[in-house]
Design a protein around this ligand. Structure first.
Ligand SMILES: C[S@@+](CC[C@H](N)C(=O)[O-])C[C@H]1O[C@@H](n2cnc3c(N)ncnc32)[C@H](O)[C@@H]1O
Length: 242
């Protein structure tokens, strides 16, 4: 294997997998996303090539992975959360497969459940919510709000902060009660984590100053947060093991 598509976890560098950390520590080249913790990037060998993804287009990243892979280098493509959950890992893997380059996917802890969990919200809970729907909130005009409003359980929106007013209006317009509990969690699992909870009808205003990345959770499970939230301030980020 030459290219490893590795999930870095949701933010706290201590939440990378043991396998992911091992690969970072022995790679020749590290291509990493903006959301990846600097502490993890610092774990790569001192002489490894480090390339931040921020300034590159998706096509440029894919080309780069193919080029590095062809050189026979041990390449780690480090992506926030899990590579195959809204991470474009599938696109990169397809391009590598088409180019005939061996790759391996190393799953990561997605923000999907880790970020709500960190804020005291289990995304399912017996007797309260027996299903969760994962939604991209990037372009609300693509969403079927009627279907979402009818789907029982929890709705988890990725990339939904910018369009939160349109998402809340869309759900309420399609029949979801305005008093349905909702929450926005920003920079979950990191020392910068901040969250707000409010009825769906008020969540867009309540989330006013929160910064991305943020996850939006809608459903009765949000009501558990006051009981399940950690009491102490977020401990400083866990140190990476050995
Ligand atoms: C391009 S997606 C990548 C998701 C990632 N692959 C995963 O599995 O978590 C980026 C979105 O994930 C969510 N996200 C990722 N990390 C987060 C964090 N620490 N706190 C809150 N939301 C986060 C936000 O909705 C953000 O807009």
């Amino acid at each position: 294997v030459t290219v490893y598509l590795v999930g870095a976890g949701p933010g706290d560098p201590g939440l990378v997998t043991a396998r992911g950390l091992e690969l970072v520590r022995r790679c020749d080249a590290l291509v990493y996303d903006r959301l990846v913790s600097g502490e993890l990037v610092a774990e790569a060998p001192g002489d490894a090539l480090r390339i931040g993804r921020a300034d590159l287009s998706q096509a440029a990243v894919t080309d780069l992975l193919i080029r590095l892979g062809r050189q026979g280098l041990d390449v780690v493509r480090l992506k926030g959360g899990d590579p195959y959950t809204f991470g474009r890992g599938g696109e990169e893997a397809l391009a590598l497969a088409e180019a005939g380059i061996q790759f391996e996917v190393v799953p990561g802890v997605s923000s999907l459940a880790a970020v709500p969990g960190s804020a005291g919200i289990p995304i399912t809970h017996r007797g309260t919510s027996s299903q969760a729907t994962i939604v991209s909130g990037h372009d609300p005009s693509e969403l079927d709000f009627g279907w979402l409003a009818r789907s029982e359980g929890t709705l988890v929106f990725f990339m939904g902060l910018a369009a939160l007013p349109a998402i809340a209006d869309g759900l309420i317009g399609a029949g979801l009660a305005p008093d349905t509990p909702a929450a926005v969690i920003s920079q979950g699992t990191t020392s910068e984590e901040a969250s707000v909870a409010a009825p769906l009808g008020e969540i867009a205003d309540a989330a006013g100053t929160l910064a991305p990345p943020a996850l939006v959770v809608v459903g009765q499970v949000v009501s558990l947060a006051p009981k399940l939230r950690r009491r102490e301030a977020h401990e400083s980020e866990r140190a990476l093991a050995g």
